[in-house]
Design a protein around this ligand. Structure first.
Ligand code: AMP
Length: 397
């Protein structure tokens, strides 16, 4: 019996889930926010809905790790630090180097995460900082990095190369890397389990629809294409991200708006577009849905575009795999919005999927929501990236 902790670190935050393994039971979870700011906040949930909160100045990630472990001990969640035998870190960019989760035993290993920061400047640096902080406080435990990109390293060249001069790929690694890989991997595996078939025999389209959204074609358990690209800006319409646009639009709008800094435009595409930019209401799907129900035309169009793009990607991935056995919905919108799931499936019944309205209204559990006779099965599977991280710690121990 061991305890492992799954970490998702940002530049000023640290989310965690503590697991009892191999039972895969969550003992505690929470987050530390505003690290480095005058008043940081610690929230720890445990037991039967018990919650601990603390506000104090936490100058850096190392102190955050010390405070977190100390509090876990104080609250009796662990008896001593030594009970934690594994730490797993979510890492956004693994480039072409990391084709699977990997142990982070040495400073050189962690340096590789830093070196990949040009592919995810905001994330990898913070993740490396958190790894070093845990190493310092828990020097002898198994440390593992789990990459958002590694599941997609099985994509063939035809899926990951852009049609630009090949030398940019050779010189700079300019290619599609994708994201949300841990989530797509988890729900695809769970879908195969629920179908009672080996994943090697299945063609699955996984739809991770959250504030960030991506779709993956999983053929025989391997990612063969995914909608996010060099960065998570590509693909679907998202909360604030534009998804795919004609790149000529960038210079056209910059000229019209008198913008001279390309970063300003990229910021608009990342933070002011998507559901927010289209609707003018919110980036949050619930707000947009509520506005649409009240008759707000732009909100309705934003939702229509969101659904339409999901349908187009599913269609193209059915073509890419020359067939499909199952479609999976996951993440905030995919798991919770029966309206979006129904709208998506209603428009693509031509290849044999159909949704059961009663089952579609349920949520919060792994569910098959297609009708009995449907040729293509549809699932609603809550994602669990943290569990995947905990499992990878065990696998790489
Ligand atoms: P995530 O990034 O996975 O946390 O997902 C966040 C998104 O899920 C936000 O756009 C939320 O509005 C959306 N979401 C959560 N619950 C619902 C719901 N009941 N109906 C529609 N969207 C939801």
């Amino acid at each position: 019996m061991t305890k492992s902790i799954a970490i998702n670190a940002g530049s000023s935050s640290l989310k965690f889930q503590l697991f009892q393994m191999p039972e895969e039971r969550v003992i505690s979870k929470g987050l530390i926010e505003r690290i480095g700011l005058p008043l940081s906040q610690v929230t720890i949930k445990y037991g039967d809905d018990q919650k601990f909160e603390l506000e104090e100045a936490i100058p850096n990630h190392e102190v955050a790790v010390e405070i977190l472990l100390h509090q876990l001990e104080e609250l009796g969640i662990i008896q001593s630090f030594s009970e934690i035998t594994g730490v797993g870190h979510r890492v956004v960019a693994g480039g072409e180097l990391f084709k699977d989760s990997a142990r982070m035993d040495t400073d050189e290993d962690i340096q590789k995460i830093d070196d990949l920061a040009e592919f995810a400047p905001l994330h990898n640096k913070a993740e490396a900082v958190a790894m070093r902080a845990f190493k310092k406080v828990l020097p002898n435990v198994t440390s593992v990095a789990v990459f958002d990109t590694s599941f997609h390293t099985t994509m063939p060249e035809k899926a990951y190369l852009y049609s630009v001069p090949y030398e940019y790929y050779e010189k700079y690694g300019a290619r599609r890397y994708g994201a949300h890989g841990t989530s797509h991997r988890y729900v695809a595996q769970r879908c195969a389990e629920m179908m009672g078939k080996p994943i090697e025999d299945l063609k699955i389209v996984t739809c991770h629809l959250g504030n960030g959204a991506s779709i993956t074609a999983v053929d025989g358990g391997k990612s063969v294409d995914t909608s996010m690209g060099f960065t998570p800006l590509a693909g679907l319409t998202m909360g604030t991200r534009a998804g795919d646009v004609d790149t000529s639009l960038v210079s056209f709008i910059m000229n019209k708006e008198g913008m001279t800094d390309i970063n300003e435009m990229v910021d608009i595409l990342n933070h002011k577009s998507g559901l927010l930019g289209l609707s003018g209401v919110s980036s949050d799907c619930r707000d947009v849905q509520a506005a649409a129900e009240e008759g707000n035309h732009r909100a309705q169009v934003a939702l229509d575009i969101f659904v339409y793009k999901v349908q187009k990607y599913i269609g193209s991935y059915v073509a890419a795999m020359n067939g499909v056995d199952a479609i999976v919905f996951t993440a905030g919108i995919g798991e919770n919005s029966s309206v979006i799931r129904k709208s998506v499936i209603e428009g693509i019944t031509w290849f044999g999927c159909d949704i059961d309205d009663e089952l579609n209204e349920k949520r919060g559990q792994d569910l098959e929501i297609s009708t009995k006779d449907a040729k293509v099965k549809v699932f609603n599977i809550p994602t669990n990236e943290e569990l995947m991280i905990a499992r990878d710690i065990e696998r790489l121990r």
